[in-house]
Structure formats: C-alpha cells, structure tokens
Write a protein that binds this ligand. Structure first.
Ligand code: NAP
Ligand code: G4F
Length: 346
C-alpha cells in the first residue's frame, strides 16, 4: 500500500529533499507551512501541485509548531503513517537572540506534536511512526568523536531545546510504546541551504564576488570544526530509521571534520579567488558560547541501517559553488537589464 507522510518544516532545506525522496517512493506527502506575508515555498515550488488537481500527492496545510490546535487538525486530516518533525528555528546564533521562541518551536513544538500523535494513535488504533530531527549541536562541548553513547553538553538555547525534544521522544517511546526515532544529524548542506549558515554564506559570496556584485565577506570564528555532509544523502537516513523494525537513536555523519577556514579555502580557490583578499572578521558573528569541534561516529547507522553517504567534502563544496556561480551570474544579468534603460536615457 502506498504510504502517507506528514512533514513539519517542509519548506526548509531538509523538508524539500525529503519530500522529493518520499514522492519518488510513491508516498502521498502532507506538509505544514507557516503563514507568512511573503512566499516561503521557493524550495518546493518545483514539486508543488495545484490544490484543484485531482490525485495530487503533495498537500500543504497552514499550521505552526507553536499552535497545537492546528497540529491536531492536520494529523486528523492527513492520517499519516509516518511523521517527520523537521520544523524548527534552526539557527544557533539566532537562538541567543530569541531563546524563548526557539524553545517554544523546537522543544515545546516537539512535545505538542508527539502528544497529538499519542492521542491519534490511541483513538484510532492506527500505527504511526515518528522521526525527530535532533542535532549534533546537542553534543556541544563533548569530546569528539561523538556517537550515540556520548553525553550531551548543549551550548546554546537551540541545542538545549533539541536535547529536550530528544528526551521527549525517548520518554514517549518508553511510556506509550510509540515508534519514535531520534536522528542526531551532523551538519548537512546543499545549494538549498539557508544563506545565513556559514557554508552557504561563503559559497554565495564566492559567486557574487566573481560576478562583481559583492566586495567583502564578513565572518566570525574560522577555527571551529564541523562534520559537513550533503543534505540529499542525510534524508535517506531519516527515511531508513522509520523503515527499521525497531525504533532507535542514530548518529548520522560523514566521520570527517574541517574548519570553517578550510571550507572557505576550498570554495574560494574552486571559484578562482584568494579568500584572504575578501574576508574580514566581524565579532558580531561570534557566539556567546561556541561549539568548537563536532566529528560524528556513524558506525551504528552504517551497520544497522546500511547508510553510507556517497558525497565527499570536496564534491559538496564544488556542488554549492557551481550552483552559486550560476545564481550570481543570473542576478548580474537581471541587474544589467535593470540599468540598461536608465543608461539609454543619459
Ligand atoms: P531550515 O532550512 O532552517 O528549515 C526549518 C523549517 O522549519 C522551515 O520549513 C521553517 O519554515 C520551519 N519552521 C520554523 N519555525 C516553525 C514553526 N514555528 N512552525 C512550523 N514550522 C517552522 O532547517 P533544515 O536545515 O532543513 O533542518 C531541518 C531540521 O533538522 C531542523 O529541525 C534543524 O534544527 C535540524 N537539523 C539540521 C541540521 C543541518 O545541518 N541542516 C543538522 C541537525 C539538525 P519557514 O520556511 O517558514 O521558515
Ligand atoms: O553554519 P553555522 O551557523 O551552523 P551550526 O551553528 O553548526 O548549526 C547548524 O548545524 C547544526 C548541526 O550541528 C544544526 F543543528 C543547526 O540547525 C544548523 O543547521 O555555523 C557553523 C560554524 C560555527 O562555529 C560558527 O561560529 O561557523 C561559524 N561561523 C563563522 N562565521 C559562522 C560565521 N556561522 C554563521 N552562521 N555565520 C558566520 O558569519
């Protein structure tokens, strides 16, 4: 039987790749979209289906993780076999500015959704599986390499909220026998990555500097190390966790870490630029408490789920730079066209 999935955070980087994956497997996909005064669906426009089309398999609902009434309604309307909770205020630096909202969406949002699922399972007798998007940020200051046995030491309101969501998942699994899997994903990036995360900020700048649209790139700490993988590979792991016979917690990582400086060097040199000519350090981008070194040990995901990420660090960087070179070139063309009539008047 074709399955039905419900995704919170469908408009985000991971939500868009996961939707593509599930649609390719024959799923009907329901997604939660936040009300916004401007369009926030650019990452899923290419798979969007008109609500008037019969037989469509991508269905969007207005709801918000801070409002359990809407979450409850969407679960009852969509009757999901699998729920992927990817929605979150996902920016670590922003979580220091908006700690209460971050905790509400990321920690309380998870318990709201879990509790709606618990009631739904109880009154319908249906089987529903739940994926919680946990993060390597939960390890924070813990010594690398980190795996499922490593103790959490969160270093931001975001990370503390994700630890709470993780333990809500464990508790609901043990208390009510629900199928809940916690993914502990290390950083994963792509051409669809939000532009304020460091990787995309760097590759966007490389593209725009090459196209003559930007002169400087302001960054914070270049010494922190991250285990960066490709988001397209990581959504495969999320899906695999919900296909396994038993629910569990899994670290998902490449097992290779690089500094921000190394990401910068690889991106700019691939774009034919010397980063030292363009980069300046702005303390505004430093964090009150930093996470210095994340390096994942994903042996359990490899052996239990058979998950192995095919994309290497260099391939990831090159994929992002190639995409941002093309994007900047098209921006430049639009800008040139905008100015052309003005110049013609002079
Ligand atoms: P992302 O691009 O920032 O997407 C976040 C999604 O959550 C967006 O669709 C956003 O909607 C939605 N959202 C935010 N607040 C919400 C709310 N109150 N109610 C409902 N939806 C809300 O994040 P991502 O990189 O795809 O990450 C997906 C999940 O994995 C997140 O939970 C993140 O914390 C976690 N994670 C990410 C990484 C990583 O390296 N990418 C690693 C570990 C864990 P809008 O589009 O309207 O903003
Ligand atoms: O790209 P970042 O903002 O990602 P961060 O903080 O590692 O968080 C991301 O990965 C987590 C998984 O570990 C997710 F849970 C989370 O949702 C998010 O997707 O920063 C990476 C590093 C940090 O050490 C930061 O201090 O880059 C450093 N950095 C240096 N300059 C910068 C900048 N980060 C940002 N965003 N902007 C800068 O200008």
């Amino acid at each position: 039987m074709p399955k039905t999935a419900l995704i919170t955070g469908i408009t985000g980087q991971d939500g868009s790749y996961l939707s593509e994956l599930l649609l390719s497997k024959g799923y009907t996909v329901h997604g939660i979209v936040r009300r916004s005064s401007s369009f926030n669906t650019s990452r899923i426009n290419h798979i969007y289906e008109d609500p008037h089309d019969a037989g469509r398999r991508l269905i969007l609902h207005y709801a918000d993780l801070t409002d359990s009434t809407g979450l409850r309604r969407v679960i009852e309307a969509s009757l999901p076999d699998e729920i992927y909770n990817l929605g979150a205020q996902s920016h670590v630096r922003v979580s220091f500015e908006n700690p209460e909202y971050t905790a509400d969406a990321d920690a309380m949002g998870a318990i709201r959704l879990l509790d709606c699922m618990r009631d739904h399972v109880q009154h319908t007798g249906r089987q529903v599986r739940f994926y919680q998007a946990g993060s390597s940020e939960m390890f924070g200051a813990a010594r690398p390499p980190q795996n499922e046995k490593t103790s959490f030491y969160p270093r931001s309101p975001y990370a503390v909220s994700k630890v709470a969501a993780h333990w809500f998942g464990v508790n609901y699994r043990e208390a009510y026998g629900l199928f809940i899997a916690n993914g502990i994903l290390f950083n994963h990036e792509s051409p669809r990555r939000g532009e304020t995360f460091v990787t995309r900020k760097i590759t966007r700048a490389a593209g725009r500097i090459r196209a003559g649209l930007q002169r400087k790139l302001y960054l914070g700490n270049l010494d922190s190390r991250r285990d960066w993988g490709f988001a397209g590979d990581y959504v495969q792991a999320m899906w695999s966790m919900l296909q396994h016979s038993d629910p569990g917690d899994f670290v998902v990582a490449t097992g290779e870490a690089h500094t921000v400086r190394e990401f910068l060097e690889e991106s700019f040199s691939y774009a034919g630029l010397d980063w030292k000519k363009y980069v300046e350090i702005d303390p505004a981008y430093f964090r009150p408490t930093e996470v210095d070194y994340l390096l994942g040990d994903a042996q359990r995901a490899r052996t239990v789920l058979g998950w192995n990420p095919p994309t290497t660090f260099r391939q990831l960087v090159h994929m992002m730079v190639d995409s941002d070179l093309r994007l900047a070139e098209s921006e430049r063309l639009v800008q040139d066209q905008k100015f052309a009539p003005t110049l013609a008047l002079v």
